[in-house]
Design a protein around this ligand. Structure first.
Ligand SMILES: [Ca+2]
Ligand SMILES: [Ca+2]
Length: 453
C-alpha cells in the first residue's frame, strides 16, 4: 500500500479544475502502432508504466517523461490522473503507441496548471505503454514446452540448474544466463530467489521450457535493482530447465531391455564389462564407449567408480540395457569434473556385456573358504623353509582350479601372482620367509571374502 499513498499524494497536486461537460469536444484517441499479438490490455485499477510527450495543440511541449529518462508510473482509473488520461490509457497494449488528445474539461479546465498549461487548453499526449500489471496478478506461466517423458516434476527444496533470458514486457532484455555461459543454479521454493521464480519453477520437468511472467510485487518491487531493473517492473523469464535433483535423491534405474535368459545378476565385487553412453540431462553427450571402441570394465564397488554407477549396475543380467540417472551427490558433486558441470545430474545408458565373480576393491585374490592355518608350510613345497615364485604360483593356481580361491579378473593370473608374491617378499630377496608371509584380514568384508594373502 505504500505505492498507493505515494501516488495519491503526488497526483493530488495536479487535480482537476472546474469542468464544464456541455458543448465540449470529446476525448480523441488514435493508435499509431499496436503490437500483435496483444494478449492483455489496460483496465481500470491496473498499474502502468508509460512514456509520454505532452504538448499543447500548437505543438508546445509542456512535459515529457523522455526528458526525465524515466517512465511515468501510476494506477489507471482511480482518479490519480486527469480524467482524460484515465480514459485514454484504457485498452492499450504494452508496446502500443497512442496519441491521446484531451479536451480541457477532461484535463485542467478553466484554471490551467502552473505556467505551462493555460486555461481551457486541450492537451495532446504521445504515449508509449512500457509495462502493465495489476496488484492482484500472480505468477503467469506461458509458452510451456514439456518433454514427452517427464517422470518427475520439481517440488520445494529441489536444486535446479536452468538457463534463462530475462526481459521486460516490452521486450527489452536485462539479463541472461546464456551470456555467462553457465546455468543458474539454486534451490527453489526456499526464498533464495525472488518469489516469482520460487513459484514459477515449481512443477517443471527436466528439459521443460516455459515463460514465467512475474509481477513486481513478486519480483523486485517498487524500487527495482540499481539501474538494471526499474521500480515496479514486470519481469519475463524465458526458462529452460536443464536438470534438478533433491539432496535425498537416490540412483534411478529404468531397464529397457532384459534378456529372458538370465540365471545370474551382478552383485558387489563382480567384475563387469559393459558399454555406456554418458550424457547430461539436456542431451549433451559426455562419452560414448562404443564410439571410442573402448569396452569398459569395472569391479562393482570400486572406489575408482562414481558411487551412483556402482549402485546403478547392481542386479543386472548379461545383455541387459538400462538407463541410470545419477544425482550429483552420487556423481561428481557440486564441483563437477572436466565436462561435467557442478551439481549436474548424469544419465548413463549401460549395456552389460559380461559378468564374472570378482574380488573386493583393492584385493588381488580371495579365499572362498577359510585360509589354511599352516599356509607357509603348504606353500613351501620342497620344505626348505622359503617360498620361491614357482612354489607360490603353482599353489595359488591350484587353489583357483579347485575353487578354494579366486583371483581378480582384472589382470592376467601371472601378473596378479607376481604382484602378490612381490607384496609378500617384503625385503625383495626373491623368497618369502615365514615371518614375511601375512594374511591381510579385512573384517568389514563378508566371511567368505575376508582373507587375502
Ligand atoms: Ca621352498
Ligand atoms: Ca624375502
Amino acid at each position: 500500500m505504500h505505492w498507493w499513498r505515494q501516488h495519491v499524494g503526488y497526483v493530488e497536486s495536479r487535480d482537476l479544475g472546474p469542468v464544464s461537460l456541455r458543448g465540449q469536444p470529446s476525448l480523441q484517441s488514435k493508435t499509431v502502432f499496436r503490437p500483435e499479438p496483444c494478449s492483455r490490455v489496460v483496465q481500470n485499477t491496473d498499474y502502468v508504466r508509460y512514456h509520454y510527450n505532452g504538448t499543447l495543440l500548437n505543438g508546445t511541449l509542456f512535459d515529457s517523461s523522455h526528458n526525465r529518462m524515466k517512465t511515468y508510473d501510476t494506477y489507471v482509473g482511480m482518479s490519480l490522473l486527469i480524467k482524460g488520461m484515465d480514459e485514454g490509457l484504457l485498452s492499450m497494449c504494452v508496446g502500443e503507441r497512442r496519441v491521446i488528445t484531451i479536451p480541457p474539461f477532461l484535463a485542467y479546465g478553466e484554471g490551467g496548471y502552473g505556467t505551462e498549461i493555460p486555461p481551457q487548453a486541450s492537451l495532446v499526449f504521445h504515449t508509449l505503454l512500457v509495462d502493465l500489471h495489476n496488484p492482484s496478478d500472480t505468477v503467469s506461466i506461458q509458452n510451456q514446452k514439456v518433454p514427452e517423458s517427464c517422470s518427475r516434476k520439481t517440488v520445494t527444496g529441489d536444486f535446479l540448474r536452468y538457463h534463462y533470458n530475462g526481459s521486460f514486457l516490452d521486450g527489452t532484455f536485462f539479463d541472461s544466463s546464456y551470456s555467462r555461459n553457465h546455468t543458474y543454479n539454486t534451490y527453489i521454493g526456499m526464498g533464495y530467489v525472488i518469489s516469482g521464480i520460487d513459484q514459477g519453477l515449481i512443477g517443471v520437468c527436466m528439459g521443460e521450457r516455459r515463460r514465467v511472467v512475474i509481477p513486481p510485487h513478486l519480483g523486485y518491487g517498487e524500487n527495482g535493482v540499481g539501474d538494471k531493473i526499474p521500480g515496479s517492473a514486470v519481469l519475463v523469464f524465458d526458462v529452460h530447465i536443464i536438470d534438478f535433483h533433491n539432496p535425498s535423491d537416490q540412483v534411478e534405474i529404468q531397464t529397457y531391455f532384459k534378456p529372458t535368459d538370465c540365471n545370474r545378476t551382478s552383485k558387489l565385487n563382480d567384475f563387469i564389462q559393459y558399454h555406456y553412453n554418458a550424457s547430461l540431462m539436456d542431451g549433451e553427450v559426455l562419452y560414448t564407449s562404443r564410439e571410442h571402441g573402448s569396452l569398459q570394465s569395472l569391479v562393482i564397488g570400486s572406489s575408482k567408480m562414481i558411487e551412483g554407477l556402482n549402485q546403478g549396475v547392481l542386479d543386472m543380467c548379461i545383455g541387459e540395457k538400462r538407463i541410470i540417472t545419477i544425482p550429483p551427490h552420487l556423481a561428481h558433486g557440486e564441483k563437477g569434473l572436466g565436462d561435467v558441470p557442478g551439481s549436474a545430474v548424469l544419465l548413463f545408458d549401460v549395456e552389460l556385456l559380461d559378468l564374472k565373480p570378482g574380488v573386493p576393491d583393492g584385493y588381488l585374490f580371495v579365499w572362498t573358504e577359510d585360509a589354511p592355518s599352516n599356509l607357509h608350510e603348504e606353500l613351501d613345497k620342497d620344505k626348505d623353509g622359503e617360498i620361491v615364485l614357482d612354489e607360490f604360483s603353482s599353489y595359488i593356481k591350484a587353489q583357483v582350479a579347485n575353487g578354494k580361491g579366486r583371483l581378480s579378473p582384472t589382470e592376467s593370473p601371472d601378473k596378479l601372482i607376481q604382484d602378490m608374491f612381490n607384496n609378500q617378499d617384503r625385503n625383495s630377496d626373491g623368497k618369502i620367509s615365514p615371518s614375511e608371509l601375512k594374511l591381510k584380514v579385512d573384517e568389514d568384508k563378508e566371511k567368505l571374502l575376508k582373507d587375502e594373502l
